[in-house]
Design a protein around this ligand. Structure first.
Ligand code: NAP
Length: 493
């Protein structure tokens, strides 16, 4: 067990980026093959791996990346690149398979889509073609076939997340009744890691799936229940073609159309495990296969634990494979609205920090006073805490303390104050106030973050958007003004 040199292709992608730390934890050495090394810079494990820059369509660079490799993971696809993806994927797989054979690689492991018996969508047909090319290389190959993978950052999960969160009532195409066997990302990674230790005589394609077989409609309903949304009303109609529905998905979700289109087209295919042969070689995951509800709960964990703000800052240290990663595409991780402002100041960084740490309570919020007072009154009217809580100490704050209708979530003295909203809101909100320095001048940064819950959350953000300049813009100017004006009493004696 362990101590093999594993090459992970697609390490900048969703599965590859989560597989690398699992292989390292199992005692393997890892080399990542990426088109640009820069894409791995933000990963916490970047210093523990070798990096080989190579495009899989380039035979020389690919051969160099495969030199001395025991197990090569093939996690590449060009699906997001537009219409010609099948040709690019065919060429990349052919080059990779030939190079792996020539370099004497001991095993290939490929994760592809399921291959149902009916007419395959272009995406699933291309995934199957890649599987056959790798199997035909003569190198012992495990081709794992999975349906929708549940975890934050997975393209198919993000589509499900946005559709369910944004639409309380949906007129949907017929494909919402197609049967699907989703699998949790943690179980996919478990199988991928286990494949590194299989003997060379084991070679072939294997279906992997979770314990539940659901329709897309079931998945949306169950997602809504786990996410605490009202039950979704889903009305399937026969008239929406795959092309029309991909336009519709593209319009409602931030998943790019060129990626959403092939995925939506694939939803006409029933993707349910047709055999259980993998169990003859790899035992089921130690805690048993993860059910759909638990997979969703794990995927939403960071948001539910109100840990979401770190996910969008570069300091993110991912905990579990179902969590977001800093390299996930912008559209992954659920909706997050941000109002961000920066201002240079003549005041010293120390004085600016005094103003930041002293915010709220008797010092107020440094913007149009009526705006925050009104917000406090509205909050009281809907049963919230309002502004009346004030703060314990006018000068100092500690993590966990309340400040009016906020709570201190994080404080790095002299640098960062992050407050989490405790007012009644259709979503989660944070206010992040930062002090930095550039060219000897103090810089004030301010971010208001809002993670909406359901359509009401989106409506709330857009309804208050016209007032942001007054509230957040005014606050940004007010904080800087207070720091620059020695007459403003920030620290009572
Ligand atoms: N996510 C799911 O729900 C799901 C479900 C079933 C099966 N799968 C399978 O899992 C595998 C990995 O999927 P994923 O979701 O992790 O995909 P992904 O996030 O889109 O990542 C694709 C990776 O391929 C790399 N790549 C593309 N063209 C390349 C080339 N010519 N040379 C080198 N690298 C190239 C990309 O690198 P750049 O950063 O350079 O673009 C990226 O790292 C795929 O085979 C997919 O079919 C995924």
């Amino acid at each position: 067990m362990g101590d093999r040199l594993c090459l992970v292709t697609g390490a900048s992608g969703y599965i590859g980026g989560r597989l690398v730390p699992e292989l390292l934890d199992s005692g393997h050495r890892v080399r990542c093959m990426v088109r640009s090394a820069r894409r791995l810079r933000d990963h916490p494990w970047a210093g523990r791996v070798e990096i080989a820059e190579a495009d899989a369509t380039d035979p020389e660079a690919t051969a160099r990346a495969l030199d001395g490799v025991d197990v090569a993971y093939y996690l590449i696809h060009a699906i997001g690149s537009g219409g010609g993806f099948a040709g690019v994927d065919r060429r990349a797989a052919s080059v990779f398979a030939a190079a792996a054979r020539d370099q004497g690689v001991g095993r290939l492991v490929y994760l592809g889509g399921m291959t149902p018996a009916d007419r395959l969508s272009p995406h699933l047909a291309s995934r199957a073609e890649v599987g056959r090319i790798l199997l035909d290389s003569g190198v012992p190959t495990i081709w794992l076939r999975a349906a929708v993978i549940i975890g934050s950052g997975s393209a198919s999960f993000e589509m499900l997340r946005y559709l369910t969160e944004r639409l309380p009532v949906m007129v949907t195409p017929r494909w919402v009744r197609t049967r699907i066997q989703p699998i949790a990302v943690r179980d996919v990674l478990y199988y991928l890691v286990a494949c590194a230790d299989l003997p060379p005589e084991v070679s072939g394609g294997f279906d992997i799936g979770g314990p539940d077989v659901l329709t897309y409609q079931d998945m949306m309903r169950r997602y809504a229940a786990v996410a605490g949304l009202r039950p979704r009303v889903i009305i399937p109609v026969p008239v929406l073609s795959p092309w029309l529905s991909s336009l519709w998905v593209g319009g409602i979700t931030p998943v790019p159309g060129r990626l959403a289109r092939p995925l939506v087209e694939s939803l006409r295919n029933e993707v349910v495990c047709r055999e259980q042969e993998i169990a003859r070689h790899v035992p089921p995951p130690p805690d048993g296969p993860t059910g759909f509800e638990r997979s969703v709960r794990l995927a939403l964990r960071r948001i539910r634990d109100a840990d979401v703000a770190t996910r969008w800052s570069s300091a993110s240290v991912p905990g579990a494979p179902s969590d977001p990663l800093p390299t996930d595409p912008d559209w992954a991780g659920g909706s997050l609205y941000v109002d961000e402002r920066t201002r240079r100041t003549r005041a010293s960084a120390e004085r600016l920090w005094e103003v930041v740490e002293g915010i709220g309570g008797e010092h107020g919020w440094y913007s149009f006073p009526l705006a925050w007072r009104l917000r406090g009154i509205i909050d009281r009217l809907v049963g919230g805490v309002g502004l009346r809580r004030g703060r314990r100490d006018p000068r100092r704050l500690r993590v966990g303390e309340s400040v009016d209708f906020w709570r201190v979530e994080e404080i790095e003295p002299g640098r960062l104050l992050r407050l989490r909203a405790e007012m009644r809101l259709p979503g989660l909100a944070w206010l992040e106030l930062g002090v930095g320095e550039r060219d000897g001048r103090a810089i004030y940064t301010q971010r208001a973050l809002f993670h909406p819950r359901g359509l009401a959350g989106h409506a709330y953000w857009w309804a208050f958007r016209p007032f942001h300049e007054l509230v957040f813009g005014g606050m940004c100017r007010g904080v800087v003004h207070a720091a620059e004006d020695p007459a403003v009493p920030v620290l009572p004696a």
